[in-house]
Write a protein that binds this ligand. Structure first.
Ligand code: NDP
Ligand code: 8X3
Length: 259
């Protein structure tokens, strides 16, 4: 891999697991310096130690709950001076909770998904993008989902949050027209991460069954796609990338081989 991101500063939300952690590894390989954020500081520390050993990469850990508007604003405003010029923001932190029918779902599940996937993404964006505009460079990558395009039973609120990410990405691009700042919305299908364990609150068997008999995307596949988008020439804005496993053709059509 070429060191195409040498000395660029990349802030990744949700870097403690899955797609975010894979982004950290891919960006580290390409020479970037990384601001790693998530709530689980110990996981960020393990990742940072690994990256330090394998890539000698510079990292800054920023434990953060993106649902907390004030904490987000204070954390970003309080970055050390030499970490303030963020070149790439990867808005990846997100989750789903349950697959209950809309009319039976616990309200708290909705609050958590909306507060994280929509409001959290907006809070971080609001804190980071003004600096990008001021410096005349930057790239915001939002992690949407196939769920923005196709709704499924029990998934309406999660799907709505990802439809919101699509609208927020398109609207941000419009509001940034005339600046050099770019916006990309990545929409993956099934990726094997902690996502399903979180959705099913630690029910490992149920989580495993989501990927049973099929080959899902890996977090690295998505990190690779993101790296592609952010390393295009400055005049090219990759607005949207929809990536599915070969074994998936729609949100509900998955080819599974029997054991
Ligand atoms: P993981 O559960 O593996 O990772 C989710 C990450 O989000 C974790 O690092 C978690 O860190 C972080 N996070 C969750 N809530 C918060 C919060 N309130 N504040 C800060 N960080 C938070 O799942 P994925 O890697 O799969 O998910 C990453 C993104 O990809 C999500 O937006 C998801 O919706 C999206 N996606 C996933 C797909 C899949 O099939 N897996 C497909 C399409 C999109 P911590 O708990 O330490 O805070
Ligand atoms: C995650 C993919 O299909 O579980 O966004 O909603 S799906």
């Amino acid at each position: 891999m070429t060191r195409s991101m040498s000395d660029r500063t990349v802030l990744i939300t949700g870097a403690s697991s899955g797609i975010g952690a894979a982004c950290a590894r891919h960006f580290a390989e390409s020479g970037a310096r990384l601001i790693l954020t998530a709530r689980r500081k110990e996981k960020l520390q393990i990742l940072a130690d690994q990256l330090q050993q394998s890539q000698s990469v510079e990292t800054l850990l920023l434990p953060l709950d993106v649902q907390q508007a004030d904490a987000v604003a204070i954390a970003i405003a309080g970055l050390p001076t030499d970490w303030q010029a963020i070149d790439v923001l990867v808005n990846n932190a997100g989750l789903s909770r349950g697959l209950d029918k809309q009319y039976e779902s616990p309200l708290q599940d909705w609050e958590e998904m909306i507060d994280t996937n929509v409001k959290g993404l907006l809070y971080v964006t609001r804190s980071v993008v003004p600096g990008m505009v001021m410096r005349g460079r930057g790239h915001v990558v939002n992690i949407g989902s196939i769920a923005a395009r196709q709704v499924y039973p029990g998934g309406s609120v999660y799907c709505a949050t990802k439809a919101a990410v699509k609208s927020i990405s398109e609207g941000l691009k419009m509001d940034l027209l005339g600046t050099a700042v770019r916006v990309t919305n990545i929409e993956p299908g099934l990726v094997e991460t902690e996502f399903s364990e979180v959705r099913f609150r630690g029910d490992g068997e149920r989580a495993k069954s989501v990927y049973e008999g099929m080959t899902p995307l890996t977090p690295g596949d998505i990190a690779d796609t993101i790296l592609f988008a952010v390393t295009r020439p400055a005049h090219v804005n990759i607005s949207e990338i929809f990536v599915m496993p070969t074994d998936q053709s729609s949100v509900s059509q998955v080819h599974r081989r029997s054991a």
